[in-house]
Design a protein around this ligand. Structure first.
Ligand SMILES: Cc1ncc(C[n+]2csc(CCOP(=O)(O)OP(=O)(O)O)c2C)c(N)n1
Ligand SMILES: [Mg+2]
Length: 310
């Protein structure tokens, strides 16, 4: 089956559906949307590896699955190693064109799976790793992960002791491996997400995609606002959209003008409702300083201001 190409001069969402209706995600979950777009971008010559997470449930009970591609459920810590093995097996059978897509949550990526992922990408194994980041261990009851942002409520960081550490910079960690391609994406910018998936698929070696994935249950947000939240995350620069090639070439894909205050993003989420105005100001300063660092890297990579537009 040939790929459906989405480019700047040929925008739009392909009609082909490789994700079925009837999956069992919660209303408003960002994760099925991200996978739906990713599969539209890849086509059906794809093997999907699902690491233990909400997606293990979303995919449906055996013998059913919510996708029209081969799907392999695997253990929490093994996203990188299983992808390496599946790719080697496919190549041994002469199936060199089949894409291996590993799907894992933030817990399975930033925390428990980081060792296998680091090892696999250090070997530059040929696969796409997509982390859908809902910023906590949602499937087991909203426990904090190293992707949970500073100040957030979770069941293990209660309101009296909200998370006191900043979110781990996983993109920087992947970029430090100098893999060919790393990018961030959200479901509020589906064409950007699909272009990045296709770009990843056109490159041999390890590719890491970090997709912000709103979770109404864990974020205490309205199910109907997940796309809005994804957009506000980008437009406030709390979750910028950018690409890193070979660990050093930075390209910002959306440069919000003007930047939306980060409180606009946070006030729609009950997990931040306890934060004082001073704490929100602290978050704003942190977001601003991280954004400035990113802009500096993009400029050092030769990206001009004029190309940085939303
Ligand atoms: C070794 C191991 N420890 C714990 C679990 C239980 N477990 C299954 S899914 C999950 C949470 C996964 O969190 P994340 O990767 O962020 O995905 P999400 O549930 O948020 O989609 C946990 C702790 C497990 N399956 N294996
Ligand atoms: Mg999670």
């Amino acid at each position: 089956m040939s790929q459906i190409v989405v480019t700047a001069d040929k925008p739009g969402i392909p009609d082909q559906e490789l994700m079925t209706s009837g999956h069992v995600a919660c209303p408003g979950c960002g994760a099925p949307m991200a996978v739906r777009y990713a599969l539209k971008a890849l086509g059906d010559n794809t093997v999907l590896i699902v690491v233990a997470s909400c997606w293990s449930i979303i995919a449906g009970p055996f013998p059913y699955t919510a996708v029209h591609v081969p799907l392999l459920h695997t253990l929490f810590a093994t996203g990188g190693s299983v992808a390496s093995g599946v790719k080697a097996g496919l190549e041994a059978r002469g199936l060199k064109d089949t894409t291996v897509l590993t799907l894992a949550g933030d817990g399975g990526t930033f925390d428990i799976g980081i060792q296998a992922l680091s090892a696999a990408v250090e070997r530059n194994e040929d696969f796409i790793y997509m982390c859908y980041d809902n910023e906590a261990y949602m499937n087991t009851g909203i426990q904090r992960s190293s992707a949970t942002p500073w100040g957030a409520w979770t069941t293990t960081t209660p309101v009296k002791h909200p998370k006191d550490q900043p979110k781990k910079d996983m993109v920087a960690i992947m970029a430090a491996h100098r893999i060919p391609y790393t990018a961030t994406a959200t479901v509020a910018y589906p064409e950007d997400l699909m272009r990045k998936v296709q770009k990843a698929n056109s490159i041999r070696g390890s590719k890491f995609l970090h997709v912000l994935s709103p979770c109404p249950s864990g974020w205490k947000s309205e199910p109907g606002q997940s796309v809005l939240l994804s957009r506000l995350a980008v437009q406030s620069c709390a979750f910028p959209l950018y690409e890193v090639e070979h660990g050093e070439e930075y390209t910002i894909n959306v440069w919000p003008r003007p930047k939306v205050p980060v409180s606009e993003y946070m006030k729609l989420q009950g997990r931040f409702a306890h934060l004082t105005p001073e704490a929100l100001q602290q978050v704003q300063e942190n977001v601003d300083s991280e954004w400035e660092k990113l802009v500096r890297k993009a400029k050092e990579s030769g990206q001009e201001h004029s190309t940085l537009s939303s």
